[in-house]
Design a protein. Structure first.
Lengths: 283, 337
């Protein structure tokens, strides 16, 4: 074919929303539209929150009452006081499964492709996911905190300290969103996403969530100590004024610092991986 | 502004060893329904995904609505609607909520998005189901909502990738009706299909694809004439009667009848369908010859291929193969590899 058959391009008069300011505006506006989509899911299926929280709530009962009497906290303190921040942390740690599941569903159903064929900001597909999941995590924490209050858990800190502790949980959850997005685009289908439990479970459990790492075999204890979940949970326990079973290792002594550093590291690794995976969709 | 709706020149796309597209050329004028016909793995989906800016091409050049798909993807996206092989909808949201969300993402104001959603629900006959979760929709309803979602900005060009695969006959008819009404509104449609009758029903022009290349490009009538049009088919009760049937069929056929001995089947292309059918049926009945089945049937994609390429449709399970590609329309689709 000769080039003369190529039609001329129309003058870009209609392309008013192409400036960098406009692009930034739409990146946020489109992200917010996707967040709202996630919120509508909660409104339309409110029982889903209970399903998601079934495991932590059952854990409250099992570990708090069935095993609780046999559990001890090194350094003393009530086990249920020790346990509750751990369960908050566990719920945040396993939350990336929900992200991965939602992403794999969108990809297999073609929703991601529809988004990509639209003139919306491409980043919104990912940021909207992150924002929506964060709102979901706030709801999760609220329900869990209410349950914890019922079984006798109390924060000894003031309002600021308490909020700071919850903020740490959300920070961890936010960082793990990128792990979820990345895994969601990596696994081929919903069934495979379900088997991510095999990753999520040890990630959440081999930590200071249920038991002080000092009580584990030393090699396992070391892994548990350096698990990002442990740093967040330990820092939150300190902020709440709950028993923290603090050992004298560096990682435990610097839990608050590490509860800020770990999520930054996770984001630094997995956000680029998620973006690269997203871009690879067009290969 | 006037320009050709779609121009593709020498598109190439390779996945590992497989050449999904291998010198693909296509020119689609405005306001036309253009059918891309070919078996699984021929490259149809890859071609449409490249034109819809979802997949990057390795070589070649493509203009959609006058914009270069590589250089100006955002302009292209503002001019097109894309409906993939699966109804790309949020299952939890209602039909109306889906349309409003997509409307917002097409950068309509909330008010515009709401109004447009109501218009489209009306137009695609989904008003009653508008408040129900998409999960409760039938296959045909999903497809219609899917089409409606692609029509939010009244795109100049609509891509439909196998719009009726997996639908029952009723769902197919519903979708065909919707597509016809879109075309009446002036939208250019590029449609891929594995079914000759679907291309025949909807398309004004058909490009037949094999091994990532257009091997024929003509009107449906011309293509059918090329392969001999509709066929009459007679199945005999007794194998001994087959030679008689061949003689009777030969009288009305436009080409030598073909015989399948194991199934006692005689078939041949015919020009005047009804006259041929009546003639053959009456003659065989008058002679008292046992006929198990008799009928007219349209040529199949397989016959088109046999005529055009000299080989039958080869099932090539891995269409394009890259991330987000489809191995077969019936199996669930791998997100990535």
């Amino acid at each position: 074919m000769s080039t003369s058959t190529m039609p001329s391009r129309p003058a870009p008069a209609e392309l008013v929303d192409d400036g960098p300011g406009q692009r930034l505006y739409w990146a946020f506006a489109d992200g917010w539209t996707i967040v709202r989509r996630g919120l509508t899911h909660y409104v339309r299926q409110p029982t889903n929150i209970l399903w998601q929280l079934g495991f932590p709530i059952v854990s409250v009962l099992l570990f708090g009452y069935v095993f609780g009497s046999a559990m001890s906290v090194p350094g003393g303190g009530d086990y249920r006081e020790f346990l509750m921040p751990g369960l908050f942390g566990m719920t945040m740690a396993m939350g990336f499964m929900n992200t991965a599941y939602a992403v794999v569903l969108d990809t297999t159903k073609g929703v991601t492709d529809r988004f990509r064929s639209m003139p919306m900001a491409p980043s919104a597909v990912v940021t909207g996911r992150g924002g929506g999941d964060l709102v979901g995590a706030v709801v999760d924490l609220f329900v869990l905190a209410m349950t914890a209050l019922v079984v006798g858990w109390r924060s000894q800190a003031g309002i600021l300290g308490t909020l700071a502790a919850f903020a740490l949980f959300l920070f961890l959850r936010f960082a793990l969103t990128w792990v979820g997005v990345w895994l969601g685009m990596l696994v081929p289908n919903e069934e495979a996403a379900g088997s991510l439990f095999a990753v999520a479970f040890p990630f959440a459990m081999i930590s200071s969530v249920f038991v002080a790492p000092a009580l584990m075999p030393s090699w396992l204890g070391t892994i548990a100590l350096w698990n990002p979940v442990s740093s967040t949970v330990t820092a939150a326990r300190e902020l709440f004024g709950n028993p923290a079973a603090l050992g004298d290792t560096w990682i435990e002594q610097n839990a608050l610092l590490m509860s800020l550093v770990w999520p930054v590291i996770i984001t630094a690794i997995f956000l680029p991986l998620a973006i690269r995976r997203f871009q690879r969709l067009s290969r | 502004m006037t320009h050709t709706a779609i121009v593709a020149e020498q598109l190439h796309k390779h996945y590992k060893e497989k050449r999904a597209l291998d010198g693909f050329d296509l020119t689609v004028p405005q306001g036309m329904v253009y059918g891309l016909l070919g078996p699984n793995g021929a490259g149809k989906t890859t071609a449409v995904r490249i034109l819809a800016t979802l997949v990057r091409l390795d070589a070649g050049r493509a203009l959609v609505a006058g914009y270069d798909v590589v250089e100006q993807p955002r302009q292209v996206r503002r001019s097109i609607g894309f409906t993939g092989q699966f109804a790309a909808l949020d299952e939890v949201l209602t039909g109306r909520q889906n349309l409003r969300m997509f409307g917002r993402l097409f950068h309509l104001t909330p008010k515009q998005a709401a109004r447009r959603a109501d218009e489209l629900l009306e137009r695609f006959d989904l008003v009653e189901a508008a408040g129900k979760g998409v999960r409760e929709y039938s296959g045909g309803m999903r497809r219609r909502l899917d089409l409606a979602s692609s029509m939010i900005l009244s795109p100049q060009i609509l891509f439909l990738d196998e719009p009726t695969t997996g639908l029952d006959p009723r769902g197919r008819n519903e979708v065909w009706e919707s597509v016809r009404s879109l075309v009446a509104g002036g939208t250019t449609v590029l449609l891929t299909t594995q079914y000759l009758d679907e291309a025949d029903q909807l398309a004004e022009r058909i490009a037949v694809i094999d091994h990532g290349r257009v091997i024929a490009d003509d009107t449906p009538d011309a293509l059918k004439t090329l392969i001999g049009g509709d066929r009459i088919e007679v199945v005999m009760k007794d194998a001994a009667d087959v030679p008689v049937a061949v003689k009777v069929v030969a009288r009305v056929a436009t080409a030598e009848p073909e015989v399948d001995d194991t199934s006692r089947r005689v078939h041949a292309p015919v020009a005047d369908r009804v006259a041929a059918l009546t003639d053959v049926a009456r003659t065989l009945q008058d002679d008292g010859i046992g006929v198990e089945d008799i009928g007219l049937r349209r040529p199949t994609l397989d016959e088109v291929f046999l005529r055009l390429t000299g080989h039958r449709v080869e099932e090539q399970p891995d269409e394009a193969g890259g991330a987000g590609e489809i191995s077969s329309p019936d199996t669930s689709r791998g997100a990535t590899r």
